[in-house]
Design a protein around this ligand. Sequence first.
Ligand code: ZN
Length: 398
Amino acid sequence: MTIVFTGGTAFVGNGEIIDKATVIIEGKQIKKVTKADTDLPQDATIIDLEGKMLLPGFIDCHLHILIDGSPDPMASAVNVNSHLLTLLAAVHAKNTLMAGVTTIRDMGGIGSAEYALRDAIHRGIIQGPRMLVSGQQICMTGGQGWEFGREADGADEVRKAAREQIKAGCDIVKLMATGGIMTPGVDPGAAQLTEEELRAGVEEAHRANRKCASHAQGTEGILNSLRAGIDSIEHGFYLTEECVALMVKNRVPLIPTLAFGDMIEKAADLGVPAYILEKSRLVTKSTLESLAMAKEADILIGMGADCGTPLLPHGTNLLELVCLVENGFTTEEALIIGTLNGAKILGLDHQLGSIEEGKIADLIVVEGNPLNDIGLLTNPENISLVLTSGSVIKNLME
Ligand SMILES: [Zn+2]
């Protein structure tokens, strides 16, 4: 099957913008991208882009597909039978895809439901974004995320825990280097897994050709992670000059997860537990200062809305782009963060993240011009069309 997009603007994902673009999709792949009029293939489905923009599907590098984004999502997940949890997650995945997000990285599963979801989407049994999953997050006993995590103490046990996730089929290993906001009684600024423990986890991940990400909010845990050879810093709320210098030297990206704090600001009386509100407000200032430092140092930044956490139901992912624009990024930079940067961080930029010949056709059509108003992306009704691997999944244009 051949699809031709023509007559509108294409945001390529690498910084290039093509007016009056013609983009030809053949099968699962992007066959041709051109500015000029070109001979259109016979029997192609022609999609007129006038007044619209064609973009690569968005890539969310950090979310939790099994929790629901209600005010107290951990409590609601604890009480749900695992089969129901899997079915709910299928709805979350579909909502994510309909919002224009075609690839996601789940950063902390529950049981093994995330694997079933990933594989069911991959086999075409249900509709959802392509998924990379971490399996259980690996934390110290009683540490951040212990409720659903694999508790491990000492380098050998972290090594074993990482091997367990790899055995189960994870795509990435996630280690918990500091406290955080969602688990009561732990301090976001405090280091948790030690440098030695983190190094054991990173080594195992790398030996199995997986990337290794660190939940790292406080400075000491960020530095421990970087010295241990981590591949990405998730959150990074308390960056210092030393952290930034190491991130630049080791080319480690940051996924700043801004939408969470932004929603919490609006959360009074909505039922979010008090400990979450208090801790979130505590880190707001340093989060934004850290983001500014990372931007200044040209650190690769990825979009991760942390959907599933309070007041961020699945499908609200692109709020993260609005937060980036509210905090110093241009709309163009935000769109690159949401597309090609994500593909780079996931190690998939040879296949995804931009509208280039030979890449997989994961594309969306947006009503209007998000370069003029990034906020229009947050309404799924403005995502007129979603294409994954060359197949039209959503089409409001007919
Ligand atoms: Zn998270």
